[in-house]
Design a protein. Structure first.
Length: 255
């Protein structure tokens, strides 16, 4: 039986877990919240209560693969993200497990035009918190896989809910860089089944409508007040998933 440990069973981690359990995977999942343990168990996940901190000894099951799926967080929590990844990597480095990290396309912050994986190098000393976290992982686990995810969307999760009714939103002409959670789950399954290591992949839908066109359309479909955008941003970054598509002949869901 294939086995997987998911560090961080939030929205994405739980989605991946449930999908792989349906395919006969044995899945362990961690949470930092005690009252979520029964919820994870009900979904068929073997739950574990774990808080990752520097100096804390981690006790994790021996599974074929480990998926790091917790986000950087906001505010002060975000600044501690590289240290958390470093502590986690220290606890994982002696294992033979395949290690996959869910990173973010925010590593391309400030870039313009079409961007690919080679345009941002993982570096633990980088000022970009997410690139620094990637670097902390790769410093200790050189054959880890990094997945740079676009903005996550799916059932009950969509950024348009936070934009509905807002006015004068900047960069209405900027391309969106989004990905369905189901695509991320499918990608993880492909990587685990093929024991892929030492790679960096962008995971973003191949559709990149402008923010204005996309969110106006989705707001209408969801019967929400349409957001109003200002013009500009047409040269903002457009993240490509060409590498993953070519390696695995994968087709992302249309937005």
């Amino acid at each position: 039986m294939n086995s997987l440990t998911i560090i961080g069973c939030g929205w994405l981690g739980s989605l991946v877990a449930v999908n792989l359990i349906k395919k006969s995977y044995r899945v362990f999942g961690t949470t930092t919240t005690k009252n979520r343990l029964p919820e994870l168990q009900e979904r068929g996940i073997i739950p574990m209560l774990i808080e990752i901190n520097q100096g804390t000894e981690l006790s994790l099951p021996d599974t074929e693969a480990v998926l790091i799926a917790f986000p950087p967080g906001r505010g002060r929590k975000r600044g501690k993200y590289p240290a958390k990844i470093k502590a986690l990597a220290n606890g994982l480095k002696g294992k033979s497990s395949q290690i996959i990290m869910c990173s973010s396309t925010s590593v391309y912050q400030g870039m313009y035009g079409s961007v690919q994986e080679s345009d941002a190098k993982s570096n633990k000393d980088n000022e970009n918190i997410v690139l620094a976290a990637e670097g902390e992982l790769l410093t200790q686990i050189e054959d880890a896989v990094i997945l740079r995810l676009g903005g996550l969307i799916g059932k009950e999760r969509h950024p348009v809910k936070y934009l509905a009714g807002r006015k004068r939103i900047k960069n209405g002409d900027a391309p969106v860089n989004l990905v369905y959670g189901e695509d991320v789950s499918a990608a993880v399954e492909i990587l685990v089944d093929n024991d892929i290591r030492k790679q960096v992949y962008n995971l973003v839908s191949t559709n990149h409508p402008s923010r204005k066109n996309y969110y106006t359309r989705v707001a209408e479909q969801m019967k929400l007040d349409a957001p109003e955008f200002e013009i500009g941003g047409s040269k903002c970054k457009l993240v490509t998933s060409t590498k993953f598509i070519h390696h695995f002949r994968y087709e992302f869901k249309n937005l």
